[in-house]
Write a protein that binds this ligand. Sequence first.
Ligand code: GFB
Length: 348
Amino acid sequence: MTTCPKVERYGGLRTNSALSAFEVPVDGKAHRPLEHSSRVFVAGRNGLVGSAVWRELVREGFTDVIGPGSAELDLRDRRAVFDWFAAARPDVVVLAAARVGGIKANATRPAEFLSDNLRIQVNVLDAALEQRVERLLFLGSSCIYPKFAEQPIREEALLTGPLEPTNDAYAIAKIAGILQVQAVRRQYGLPWISAMPTNLYGPADNFHPEHSHVLPSLIRRFHEAKESGARRVVNWGSGSPRREFLHVDDLARACLHLLEHYDGGGPVNVGTGTDLTIRELAELVREVVGYRGSVEWDSSQLDGTPRKLLDVSRLTELGWAPRIELREGLTQTYAWYVENLGSDALRN
Ligand code: GFB
């Protein structure tokens, strides 16, 4: 007896064809485990995500983890990327390289966020295809979903409504990456996959006062205010938007889990399933840092999307769960920040 492939609807679009460009088969089967001797290329090895994935691979006993830093290989340089892949011939690729930044960086430099991310992705994915890389994980972001998506956001919400304007350029680049992974699956049958993490934090983050995401920004602002004895700190926006925060070590475990247990074309959300307001986050950071002054809000600054809580049931059904609770992760990240003040690890 033949059975129809289970079909996953992509982005809520409906067509008459059984397998249109926006629908991909999900076989639902666990993939075979990765060989610990496989050569794994972590693209973006020095970034927040890449360095966590690297640590997790080493912790799990992988013996051939490779990845040049951006000074050695500019992933926007197509020729250099193709040459590097031809020489290195990785078995597995984790594509964690991207131009990233917080709300202000995204809103003020959309041209770079679009162009750099498209070029990095297309180069790495095309070169990986040329080498017929067996397994590949592409990392996107929760900002791919519509600004007013129903909460918690399921993967099926993709392409069902307008994007949040502060990061639409970055989101469009990431959506293109998801589709490229799906196109390779359809055309070449390679078991490549995509994961969509929520807002991330942890060691090796960017703590730049203007360009970083909210959590490292707040750590730095409260720490500097405590050190200087400032009476008040001023945070951005109204404080009312809600965000979900995942420690990057939990994301790294999810990446390995997906590579070993998931083989479908649809992206998989990675998050904790709980969120809080930015005001609540600021209070938590204030407590962890030990700042005693007052906290004010500058409503002339952008709030961004009101809420983006991910539905993580697709991933939890595969047997993964986050382990690091927010206060614990924040305490550990603040300790990392203090230890690394003045070092190269704090690039900004
Ligand atoms: O983390 P964040 O920059 O990015 O800002 P998004 C989250 C919220 O925190 C916004 C507020 O409502 C900010 O107004 N906020 C308050 C601050 N104080 C600060 C501060 O000092 N710095 C920053 N950065 N925010 C990003 C996207 O959106 O999320 C990216 O721009 C990416 O594309 C990333 O997807 C995960 O959560 O709004």
